[in-house]
Design a protein around this ligand. Structure first.
Ligand code: PAF
Length: 288
């Protein structure tokens, strides 16, 4: 497994993969890998000749009051996991290698970036698209893998790839969950034991909503059901509960008639957790 700490090292590694005629997959991460990331890696391993994983805690996607300094890191363990998983190269740049003095250019998907989580975390998706665009330019993958857990991020990246003609195949990989249903996330380690137990309400509420959605309720009724269910857990502080068109993320009004996505952002203590579920009213073929 090649370790590339500079853009030049990374480009040299990819050139050698291309010289073999390899189809190259990229899994962008911020490290502190868990089973959710390893599922992306396994998918990439199965679908590509060469797999590159990037580990970069991207300062541009953290707000001034957010958890950049406390974001968990464990490079040694991450590298061991990636080596065991058969990854070909890891890109591990320092912040100064990715963002050089005098840089002025950002990449922003205008509307999709400003709604939902974009309203709660202004500038967040601009930071994500800027760094992902840079990673795409450095690694030049044929295919890239992202978790469906960050559903809005996935749609924002798909839009960017389409709008900027990247020609990269974007693969969304279903959310991995702990046995009690909590979606795996690097943030989970920051939950207290009580909040960790309480956070299982998210998956339980989503399961119930999925059942309820089959009967074609109004989006408003589904939202009320979800809010009430989440609030039945006193430690949960729902910051947003949204029901949106699964593709465009436009608000759904009236009865559910097409696949919709439920997007949750709920605080437990000072940790904001997100979760999502695509739901389909009965009679509608489920393509997700
Ligand atoms: O999902 C993440 O871990 C990050 O947002 C990403 C895509 C690696 C960009 O920094």
């Amino acid at each position: 497994m090649r370790l590339c700490r500079t853009r030049e090292d990374m480009r040299t590694a990819v050139r050698s993969f291309r010289a073999e005629g390899a189809f190259v997959g990229l899994v962008p991460t911020m490290g502190y890998l868990h089973e959710g990331h390893m599922e992306l890696v396994r998918r990439a391993r199965a679908g590509c000749d060469r797999v590159v994983v990037s580990i970069f805690v991207n300062p541009a996607q953290f707000g001034p009051a957010e958890d950049l300094a406390t974001y968990p890191r464990n490079e040694e363990r991450d590298l061991r996991l990636l080596k065991d998983a058969g990854v070909d190269a890891v890109f591990l740049p320092e912040a100064g290698e990715m963002y050089r003095p005098g840089a002025q250019t950002v990449v922003e998907v205008k509307n999709l970036s400003r709604i939902l989580m974009g309203r709660l975390r202004p500038g967040h998706f601009r930071g994500v698209t800027t760094v992902v665009a840079k990673l795409f330019n450095i690694v030049t993958p044929d295919r890239a893998y992202f978790g469906e857990k960050d559903y809005q991020q996935l749609q924002v990246i798909r839009r960017m790839v389409e709008d900027l003609d990247y020609g990269i195949d974007i693969v969304g990989v279903p959310t991995r969950r702990a046995p009690d249903g909590l979606a795996l996330s690097s943030r989970n380690v920051r939950l207290s034991a009580e909040d960790r137990a309480a956070a299982t309400i998210l998956n339980r509420a989503l399961n119930e909503a999925e059942e309820h959605a089959r009967t074609g309720p109004s989006a408003a009724a589904l939202r009320t059901m979800l809010r009430d269910r989440i609030k039945s857990e006193p430690r949960a502080d729902p910051r947003s509960v949204d029901i949106r068109d699964a593709e465009t993320l436009a608000p759904v009004r009236g009865p559910l008639a097409r696949p919709a996505v439920i997007l949750l952002a709920v605080r437990f203590g000072d940790v904001l957790l997100i979760d999502q579920r695509v739901v389909t009213p009965q009679g509608e073929p489920d393509e997700h």
